[in-house]
Design a protein around this ligand. Structure first.
Ligand code: ATP
Ligand code: MG
Length: 353
């Protein structure tokens, strides 16, 4: 087939989403009508290897990432990751309209008050949100700060296994990117990714992130409470949660755990929606898109729909892509898709910056 030199299809990074429960890897290829999946997979991390979004056991994570890439026969070295949790601050700030070269120093001067750690210990990035500036003398800037130590640890770990990390994304933005680029969804929509230890909420209004933060709640809560209730090891309780292990007693107590944990999640999601509605009354929200393994709890979609009044759907970016069914099992695509939302959002980023 003819390959045009100005349309390289080999210029995307391999997306690596290092969650607290599992590493997800996704390699995509771009073509003129969208993306196709070259390869993808996930591997469970040892408990405690990632704590609060930071590397707690770099050796264990390095071994897991490297074994996963080897199993998937990924040769490409250029990778992207994304970070989340306490070490990342995302904040929309309002500044007077000014020339681009002045903006950077103004943002830096403002940034200090929003960052709960020393500004010298942070990588700072920002983006002006033009849409908000129309007919206004104020402009909105999206400020992102990440703890250098946390980012540097990830970079060193990846470099240590021979990779070239080119992109450090933020979970909530990778999710947004996947929606807009793969899902072509730019409506007012709430994106919620529920993982093992945290929930990322990103509410998008007219293509711009309006409310974005992480909350330390996730599916691990269910496992820990089942573990306490039944006096089991963590892995056994995880198997009970996933229906891989039957228990003959305390079914009502287990059901209570699900309803109390899911109520807590829904309450937090509703708080974010209320915050959005208070600040954007003219931009009504109609839909909520769920991703992450934690969102697989049976009944959560209906419960969320009832409580928020929004149309709730599961986001599986993989069903919107081509792949070779001889190489990748279509059933796997269905099962793993919602956990792959963030990895796919990283994997559409270009390696030619
Ligand atoms: N059917 C299910 N019901 C409840 N939880 C589930 C189900 N399937 C998977 N999970 C949970 O989803 C979590 C894994 O999801 P995911 O890969 O999105 O998390 P992660 O990215 O590793 O975590 P985090 O983003 O919080 O750091 C695990 O806690 C797993 O037990
Ligand atoms: Mg995650």
């Amino acid at each position: 087939m003819l390959k045009l030199p100005f349309l390289p299809n080999n210029d995307l990074v391999v997306g690596i989403d290092i969650g607290s429960h599992a590493v997800k890897v996704c390699e995509l290829e771009r073509h003129d009508r969208g993306y196709s999946i070259i390869t993808l997979g996930s591997a469970i991390l040892p408990d405690g290897a990632i704590e609060d979004g930071a590397l707690a056991d770099a050796g264990a994570v390095a071994a897991t990432v490297s074994a996963l890439l080897k199993n998937l026969k990924i040769k490409k070295k250029k990778v992207g990751i994304s970070i989340s949790g306490y070490s990342v601050i995302v904040k929309k700030i309002s500044l007077p309209v000014m020339a681009e070269d002045q903006l950077e120093s103004s943002v830096m001067a403002e940034a200090e008050q929003y960052i709960p750690f020393n500004i010298d210990d942070a990588y700072i990035d920002f983006q002006e949100i033009k849409a908000a500036a129309a007919g206004n003398d104020q402009t909105d800037v999206m400020l992102v700060a990440a703890k250098k130590a946390v980012v540097d640890d990830f970079m060193a770990m990846l470099e240590g296994i021979g990779l070239v990390p080119l992109i450090v994304d933020i979970d909530a933005f990778a999710l947004e990117n996947a929606h807009e680029t793969i899902g072509h969804d730019v409506a007012n929509i709430a994106l919620v990714d529920i993982g093992a230890s945290k929930m990322s909420i990103n509410i998008i209004s007219r293509g711009i992130s309006a409310v974005a933060y992480d909350i330390s709640l996730g599916s691990r809560q269910l496992t820990e409470r089942i573990q306490d209730l039944l006096g089991m090891e963590f892995d056994e309780a995880e198997a009970v949660k996933l229906g891989k292990r039957q228990v003959l007693e305390r079914h009502d107590d287990i059901a209570d755990i699900y309803s109390s944990v899911c109520s807590q999640w829904v309450l937090e999601i509703k708080k974010a929606i209320d915050l959005y509605r208070a600040n954007h009354p003219e931009q009504p929200l109609r839909r909520l898109s769920l991703s992450g393994g934690g969102a697989k709890v049976v009944g959560l979609i209906d419960f969320l729909q009832m409580e928020t009044g929004l149309e709730v759907e599961v986001f599986n970016p993989l069903t919107l892509m081509n792949f070779n069914p001889k190489k990748i099992d279509p059933d796997y695509i269905k099962v793993i898709g919602q956990e792959m939302a963030i990895a796919s959002g990283i994997a559409i980023r270009s390696s030619t910056i």
